[in-house]
Design a protein around this ligand. Sequence first.
Ligand SMILES: Cc1cc2nc3c(=O)[nH]c(=O)nc-3n(C[C@H](O)[C@H](O)[C@H](O)COP(=O)(O)O)c2cc1C
Length: 306
Amino acid sequence: MDLTTRYLGLTLKNPLVASACSLTGSPEGARKIEAAGCAALVVRSIFEEQLPGAAGADPTAIRAHLDNLRAIRQAVSIPVIASFNCRAHGSWSAFAREIEAAGVAALELNLYDIPEDPTETSASIEARQIDLVRAVTAATRLPVTVKISPYYTALIPFCHGLQAAGAQGLVLFNRFMQPDINMETGHLRFNVNFSRREDLRLPLRWTAILRDALKTDIALNGGVHEADDALQAILVGANAVCVCSVLYQRHDANPVGEILDGLKHWLARKGYTDLDAFRGQMRTTDFGGKTGFERAHYVKTLSSAK
Ligand SMILES: Cc1cc2nc3c(=O)[nH]c(=O)nc-3n(C[C@H](O)[C@H](O)[C@H](O)COP(=O)(O)O)c2cc1C
């Protein structure tokens, strides 16, 4: 079974990419991810506050991040993608070139942004983010993929803007870490909130809708825990399928191996010999009119609940 996948101009042996997290942040972790079967990995992000030029930037930490990228790249033979997590561009653009020199295959830009400025409109936030993407793509020869949140009113035009700014891929979606409150101490609790399989539905819908609207690659990210989830992602047109929470929740097993086995068995059972023959066969436009993923049988679904 041929699971070969093209993502950001790279040829991946299968569609599974380990998304940015602490498990991808060291050479040992990266080796485990590769041994489990992932075809690429995104190294844990460096954050805007840590980037050159930022008030709290520590040159030693920046150097350590670059050394770590180099060590991770040397530890594995799968493509390594570096990740920045930021809101606006600044004096750190040159840093993109240093990351490039570390030998990574691509850059992932995480537009993690909680709009807190009461005077900044949605249009100016989007323009600022598109500018940032333009600055990053101009600063590097590496392919750039942009990880966005689902919280945009008009996702299609915004993604068109990212594409025009040079993004070669989009990662749908980033997950915000949402604190809650410990009612005994009155303090915020910053527990990591892992995804559940139900979380797949949001990126699934938007991958289906955006697939035909864009030329960029799409990596579906969110709620992929089993082979069935990865199959659905590919069916609606995802190039790559990212996994994160399941790597933590089932660290004593090999969820990546299980997903890959599941993909191969399902495709063989349905008579496919390669993944590309299957990719993108169910997209929004295939439903005709406005009855597909756009509204996803809204009325029927709601009125059928007992
Ligand atoms: C412990 C942990 C650390 C993470 N660190 C990062 C990070 O450094 N950069 C980033 O872009 N996303 C980070 N994420 C988000 C994941 O890359 C991923 O987008 C998210 O968990 C959704 O995928 P999932 O449903 O498979 O977990 C992190 C997630 C977890 C659980």
